[in-house]
Design a protein around this ligand. Sequence first.
Ligand code: FES
Ligand code: FES
Length: 164
Amino acid sequence: MTGVPVHLRVNGSSATITVEPRMTLADALREELRLTGTHLGCEHGVCGACTVIVDGLAVRACLMLGVQAEGREVITVEGLGDVAHLGPLQRAFRKHHALQCGFCTAGILTTAHALLMEEPNAGEDRIREVISGNLCRCTGYLPIIAAIIEARDAYREMQREAAQ
Ligand code: FES
Ligand code: FES
């Protein structure tokens, strides 16, 4: 099968990858760009572990083809911060012990980031509704909700700064 060149931006940088037309975006990110923070669980759109942000929207990377990312802006969990510079959600997750095995965490962080970028005032019910598409088998969800609630202040501040 001949590879197809795909030009996209990932975590703020331009990238060109060559993928088979049937390769999912999740596999393209993991195998072609070595962005292995995006996890694969169910591989059919149920668990949310593979969630990345495409043009501002939370997307199941196991249900999107790599070739569909042509010209798109993709953010993976690696784009939310790193060990030396944790993002506000990551800091809040650490503070609230909102992860245990961590398998679901990348997908929950990206889902929450997409939500708070659009709705930094999202209430607890709204957060629960949005996160309901991400399965976690360890935490019982309560610390995850608490962490996302805490991170809202930072997103409000980012929004204020962007508006100035
Ligand atoms: Fe994509 Fe489960 S691996 S939703
Ligand atoms: Fe283990 Fe969520 S922390 S599945």
